[in-house]
Design a protein around this ligand. Structure first.
Ligand SMILES: [Zn+2]
Ligand SMILES: [Zn+2]
Length: 292
């Protein structure tokens, strides 16, 4: 049933509970969202992948995840609507098909993300999103022989392949590859990187994928701006690509991390609307109707 809100909108469609690598139960997040005046909250625990790891939803936990989130998304809160999504990894030849995940988890939406880059040869994966910076640089050396162009191209091409083959609803943290780089081995405005980003943006547009504005790097102090960068957000505006705002929270207290500053930045960048989730679709609403 669609909601008609008297309230201003406040959203987070990307968060992790203790079912993946976050802390806090789904109920804890709902409680915090209600206290902070959120109107839309979506769980997006890391979808299972076919190998052992400490960060994704374990297949053995799947039933519990479904059982606990199901009543929450069916409760009619007068001010808060709750959804069940997943943040699905795309690793060519390895990850589960998104269609299968959608069906098994009866999701409202899927966020497609690349955290692990698969080089053309070999089975080792480059973890670009780990908490240990050294892992990023040793992967660059061991898997790509320090060929930065090859490594960054592999990241963007993997996202392009994901958009075309798996059709996620949302593209997660578009330029996460910049997190550990910090301007050291490449500059984000180098023409060959801009060309890769433009190619990805064209596909995002063609396949009607929503781009998330993700504030996690900012409130964790790991990155100087949102994912994607202001330059990329500007290009999304030019191409009329729909945007959502999310914090990628890993605990309830993070759900609105850096929102006021990010809202101000988005308005400055000329963003006219952000999406909410209504009737099973991301739908743009004027940015003036969002809390900031
Ligand atoms: Zn992610
Ligand atoms: Zn995430």
């Amino acid at each position: 049933m669609p909601l008609t809100f008297a309230a201003m909108y406040k959203t987070c469609f990307h968060l992790h509970t203790h079912f993946s690598d976050g802390s806090g139960s789904p109920e804890d997040f709902v409680e915090e969202a209600l206290a902070e005046g959120f109107t839309h909250l979506g769980f997006s625990d890391h979808a299972p992948v076919p190998f052992e790891n400490p960060w994704s939803l374990a297949s053995a936990e799947s039933d519990a995840y479904l059982a606990i989130t199901e009543p929450l998304r069916n409760i009619y809160h007068t001010t808060l609507k709750v959804f069940r999504g997943l943040e699905a990894d795309y690793i060519p030849g390895i990850s589960y098909p998104f269609k299968q995940l959608r069906e098994e988890y009866d999701t409202d939406y899927l966020i497609g993300s690349v955290h692990l880059v698969r080089p053309e040869t070999g089975n080792a994966l480059w973890f670009i999103d780990g908490s240990v910076e050294q892992e990023y640089f040793s992967g660059l050396t061991d898997l790509f022989g320090n060929d930065v162009k090859k490594a960054v191209s592999a990241f963007y091409h993997q996202q392009m392949e994901m958009v075309v083959n798996e059709k996620p609803d949302v593209l997660g943290h578009f330029d996460k590859i910049t997190m550990h780089n910090k301007g050291r081995v490449f500059q984000e405005d180098e023409p060959w990187i801009v060309a890769l980003q433009n190619e990805l943006l064209e596909l995002v547009k063609a396949h009607q994928v929503v781009v998330e504005v993700n504030t996690r790097g900012l409130y964790k102090g790991r990155h100087h701006t949102t994912y994607p960068s202001p330059a990329l957000i500007r290009r999304c505006v030019e191409l009329d690509i729909p945007l959502i705002l999310s914090s990628d929270a890993h605990k309830p207290s993070e759900i609105s991390g850096y929102y006021p500053q990010t809202m101000a930045m988005l308005e400055e960048l000329g963003v006219k609307s952000l999406c909410v989730f209504e009737n099973r679709h991301f739908t743009p609403v004027s940015i003036g109707e969002f809390l900031n």
